[in-house]
Design a protein around this ligand. Structure first.
Ligand code: P6P
Length: 335
């Protein structure tokens, strides 16, 4: 007998019932994100046809300018979240400053969204998977007043929810509200995200490590020794160059993803607020770990700038622990 389909909307509403203080605001916000993801998915899936429909920057058949997909994704999410009035502001990789959303019907918006609307977007041109990363904070300032910078500069431990959408061979939305991780696969025949991976748990260890080997000689000694160790163990190197895709594989099959500091990126390349923190909340909620290459827990790092960078080692707990030991051992040698 076919298993009952549980849609994302049903799941979110059912999950809300478990929280007495739930007012439905977070539910509506999560559903808005689901809607935006479906719209982005439609455009990402036909990206390969752009050359038929008109290259980016040109005019399409209706005379509109064909947009770069990451700009399109950014604007679509802002548009979708501006309708329900649940979100007071958005911090986006695509916007230098905080995007304040208009008040809707006098509603006191409780939440702030942080996001990378289309991470790894350069992969689109070669038909490699990309993703949307998002995190949700409850604002600290009074909801009847203007949004304040402190509402956006919150550590990852204060995240209320986080998730990602992977536009791959299928489109998946994976999210957590701090009570475990659940994965939903988009069924295009009904246009719904359907529960496909309930209560996801990352394997304690795995056979994959994910790092840009091209930077090997630019990593610190301790990171080179750990990467050598992964190679000595005959682990498989898998690196797509799309953070969501690389970490998604590790969440399912076990492994470790590393983006250490280099001379070009002395503080790392990935952004703390809207890349590292949301992915770290998900991995920790699935039983994994996420630390900087300086061995700090990612979620505990104070956020002082909305585009702040961080190094990251994230994945299976036993592998992150082993990397931790290597860094301790060899950085002592380095000191
Ligand atoms: P590199 C994509 O541009 C991105 O922001 C992440 O998705 C990805 O993990 C990383 O950068 C890849 O960076 O330097 O290895 O090309």
């Amino acid at each position: 007998m076919n298993k009952k389909i549980v849609t994302l909307d049903e799941f979110i509403i059912k999950s809300q019932k478990g929280h007495d203080d739930a007012t439905g605001s977070l539910t509506r916000l999560l559903r808005d994100i689901g809607i935006a993801s479906k719209i982005i998915n439609r455009e990402v899936n036909k990206a390969g046809l752009v050359n038929i429909l008109g290259v980016e920057g040109s005019e399409n058949t209706t005379g509109d300018m064909v947009q770069k997909l990451d700009i399109f994704a950014n604007e679509k999410i802002i548009e979708c979240l501006s309708t329900s009035g649940e979100c007071a502001a958005i911090v986006s990789e695509e916007n230098e400053n905080i995007v304040k959303l208009p008040n809707v019907n006098g509603k006191k918006a409780q939440y702030v969204l942080v996001m990378d609307p289309l991470d790894g977007s350069s992969n689109i041109d070669v038909n490699v998977s990309v993703g949307t990363i998002f995190g949700i904070y409850k604002r600290k300032s009074d909801a009847s007043g203007e949004i304040e910078i402190e509402d956006c500069l919150q550590a990852g431990v204060d995240l209320v929810a986080s998730g990602y959408v992977l536009y791959g061979t299928s489109t998946m939305l994976v999210y957590t509200t701090g009570h475990g991780v659940n994965g939903f696969t988009l069924d295009p025949s009904i246009g719904e995200f359907c529960l496909s991976h309930a209560d996801m748990k990352i394997p304690a260890s795995g056979n994959y490590y994910s790092v840009n080997q091209g930077y090997y000689l630019k990593f610190d000694l301790e990171m080179r020794r750990y990467i050598d160790h992964c190679s000595d163990l005959n682990l498989r190197l898998r690196y797509i160059g799309s953070m969501v895709s690389d970490i998604h594989r590790i969440l399912f099959q076990g492994g470790i993803f590393l983006y250490p500091n280099t001379r070009k990126y002395p503080h790392g390349k990935l952004r703390l607020l809207y890349e590292c923190n949301p992915m770290s909340m998900i991995v920790e909620q699935a039983g994994g770990k996420a630390i900087t290459c300086g061995l700090e827990r990612i979620l505990a790092i104070p956020v002082t700038n909305i585009h702040q960078k961080a190094t990251i080692a994230i994945g299976s707990p036993d592998m992150v622990d082993e990397m931790h030991k290597f860094v301790e051992r060899y950085s002592a040698v380095n000191a």
